[in-house]
Structures are given as structure tokens and as C-alpha cells.
Design a protein around this ligand. Structure first.
Ligand SMILES: Cc1ncc(COP(=O)(O)O)c(C=O)c1O
Length: 366
């Protein structure tokens, strides 16, 4: 008699389940509190554009119809916005789904997928799901070591994930660093620039990865409406790829993968630069405040180009997580990346940041 577990593919048995940030409703139930300061998943607490909300409300009355499988309007709007050809764009149910499509389209069992130490969870997961070998290249400090990543490319390498800005460290790669690296990437490899936090970057040396798309290199640049545009609950993200890469992804894209409300919300969001600026300003101010607070507390942190900060709490990260949660604040523990005393905190509104700092001071004093 087989147990269900015996029937599961061997590679799937090895998967460590993805652990999402603690759900606010669950925390409120457990602690019998009415409000949680959720700084665990790098969301934008200011919420979506009012224009997007209005457009989505109107779209709800049409949800008896299947969505546009090609995301035609959104693709055209993105192409205009980014100055790329519409054929280069592939929209997914979150950029997560574009990552899965990359695995399905390009990776055979036994191939290798390269990523840096402290990876976003979906990179090793893609390796597991495709029976590939995930090759984690040690970071240099908290930065990608592109020299070591180039040296780790083998004849079996198919995908290289470059998380830029990197989640969880908030560090970035510059144009010059990436230009040197790209010279060393052979043409049997697709390079994926995961730019989920792109809109928060204020460093002028940040790499312009779309250059490689325009040059026709085998690349995919991933962006999302989940973060700065505050549509995480709708699940919509996209890849900007050189055309042959985009064509390959379209072969494995599930039909009707992106719902109609999300498509409408995304188009309207692109037309509201004020919503974007509000979030960018909130994060810039919050960053300055949190840096000051960490400095005053004598806590080491990694300077960030995203809407989160990784800092060393100097205590066990689980212990600090629990203590903060009891005070109604949720964050991410660093132990999932082997950073056992580190915490990743999302930069929130001024009020959320202040609550977090109070709770942290209380925790470290205890
Ligand atoms: C680095 C990175 N890539 C991709 C994603 C996926 O974003 P989504 O699937 O919501 O577009 C996230 C979300 O946390 C992320 O941090």
C-alpha cells in the first residue's frame, strides 16, 4: 500500500515549503488585538492609486467574462512606458509566475540554476520544481559576487538570477559591474534581473538592465505591481525579455493566467505618477528615520536601495520576532537565510516605523 507521500516526485519531496510573512489576521486572532503593524512582506501601506481603485471597481461587474489572455492593453501601456516593443513583455500572476515560466521554458532535469547567497525563496524552489541543481554562490559581504558567479557558470547552467535590489539585503549592482559580468556570460545562459523593488532605487549608478533587452541578449527583467504600486493582493507582475526569450515564456504561460481586475488596475496605476511618488517619498523619509534610530541603538544595518532594511538585532532573530509580534509588529527573521541575529523590516509609514522602533527598544531592553 503506497502512501500519498510515496507517490510524490522525489525532487518535490526535497522542497522546503515557502514560508510567507505572518498573516495579520492570524496574529490578531492569536493575540486578541485589533491592529497589526505589518512590516514583514515589503508591501506599500499607502495602498493603490485612487485611479486604479476606481477602474478596478468598474471592472468587477465584468468578472463573469474570462480575462484577455494576452493582456493586450496592459502590454501596450507597459511598452509605451518602458520604450520597448510589446512583443518583449510577458505578464504573469505576479512576477513569481514569470519565474516559474522561466524554469519551465528553459531548464531540463540536471541543469543548473545559479543565484547568490541569501536568495529570494523562488530561485531554489524553481530548481527543485524543475529537477535542476540550484547553485548558491557565496555573497561578498551582503553583495552579489559577480566575479564568483561568472566563474561558477558551467555548460549545464541555464538560468542565473540576479536580484537587484537584492531581497533581503537591499544592495544593488551598478552598470559597470553588470557590464563586466555580461561579457562573461555565454549564450547558453538566460540572465534574469529580478527588479521587484526597482522603483525605490535612488542610486544613479543602478544598472539599466533594459539595455540588454534592447541589445537582444538572452535576458529577462522582472518587475511587479505588488510593491510600489500596492497591488500585491491581485497578483500581477511582468517580464521584459528579448523577443526569443519572451516567445519561449509564452509557450508555457497558462491560459487566462492574469485576472481582468488586475489587468485594469495595473493599467490605471501606470497612469498615476503621484501614487508612485508618494510611496517613494514615504520610503526615503522612513529610511532616514530608521537609519538614525539604528545608529542611536548601536545596531548594524545594511544601507538599502529598497523599501526594507536588514539589521542585526544582536539577539536570536526568532526571539526578537516573537517579542515584536506580541507588541503587534511583524517582521521577517534572518534565520531563513542563515543570518541568525538579523531581521528584515519593511519601511512603512512614519507611524508604523515609530511603532516598530518603540517595540524594538522595548524588546532589546527586556
Ligand atoms: C525579489 C522578489 N522577486 C519577486 C517577488 C515576487 O513578487 P510578485 O510575485 O508579488 O510579483 C518578490 C516578492 O516578495 C521579491 O521580493
Amino acid at each position: 500500500m503506497f502512501r500519498t507521500r510515496d507517490l510524490i516526485r522525489d525532487t518535490v519531496k526535497r522542497i522546503t515549503p515557502y514560508s510567507p510573512g505572518k498573516d495579520s489576521a492570524e496574529v490578531m486572532r492569536e493575540l486578541s488585538i485589533t491592529e497589526v503593524t505589518k512590516l514583514a512582506s515589503n508591501e506599500n501601506p499607502l495602498g493603490p492609486s485612487p485611479m486604479a481603485i476606481e477602474a478596478m471597481q468598474a471592472a468587477v461587474s465584468q468578472v463573469h467574462l474570462y480575462p484577455d489572455p494576452q493582456c493586450t492593453e496592459l502590454t501596450a501601456a507597459l511598452a509605451r512606458h518602458l520604450q520597448v516593443l510589446p512583443d518583449c513583455i510577458v505578464v504573469g500572476r505576479g512576477s513569481d509566475e514569470v519565474i516559474s515560466m522561466l524554469g519551465l521554458a528553459f531548464v531540463n532535469p540536471g541543469d543548473e540554476i545559479l543565484f547568490s547567497q541569501y536568495p529570494f525563496a523562488l530561485y531554489p524552489l524553481t530548481a527543485w520544481m524543475t529537477d535542476a541543481v540550484g547553485v548558491e554562490v557565496p555573497a561578498r559581504g551582503f553583495d552579489h559576487d559577480l566575479e564568483a558567479m561568472a566563474a561558477a557558470i558551467s555548460p549545464r547552467t541555464r538560468l542565473i538570477f540576479i536580484c537587484n535590489p537584492c531581497n533581503p539585503t537591499g544592495t544593488i549592482l551598478t552598470n559597470a559591474q553588470v557590464a563586466d559580468f555580461m561579457k562573461r556570460v555565454p549564450d547558453h545562459v538566460v540572465v534574469v534581473f529580478d527588479e521587484a523593488y526597482f522603483e525605490y532605487v535612488d542610486d544613479p549608478d543602478f544598472v539599466d538592465a533594459l539595455t540588454y533587452v534592447r541589445q537582444g541578449r538572452r535576458v529577462a527583467v522582472l518587475r511587479t505591481f505588488s510593491k510600489v504600486y500596492a497591488l500585491a493582493g491581485l497578483r500581477i507582475g511582468y517580464g521584459i525579455c528579448s523577443k526569443p526569450v519572451a516567445d519561449a515564456l509564452k509557450l508555457v504561460r497558462p491560459p487566462f493566467n492574469v485576472n481582468s481586475v488586475a489587468q485594469v488596475g495595473a493599467v490605471a496605476s501606470l497612469g498615476d505618477p503621484q501614487q508612485l511618488r508618494n510611496a517613494q517619498e514615504m520610503v526615503a523619509e522612513g529610511k532616514t528615520y530608521l537609519y538614525q534610530q539604528f545608529e542611536q541603538m548601536g545596531l548594524e544595518f545594511v544601507p538599502t536601495q529598497a523599501n526594507f532594511i536588514l539589521f542585526d538585532s544582536t539577539r536570536g532573530s526568532r526571539e526578537v520576532f516573537d517579542a515584536l509580534m506580541r507588541q503587534g509588529v511583524t517582521v521577517r527573521t534572518g534565520d531563513i537565510w542563515g543570518l541568525n541575529t538579523w531581521i528584515r523590516v519593511t519601511i512603512g509609514t512614519a507611524e508604523q516605523n515609530r511603532r516598530f522602533v518603540e517595540a524594538l527598544k522595548q524588546t532589546l531592553a527586556g
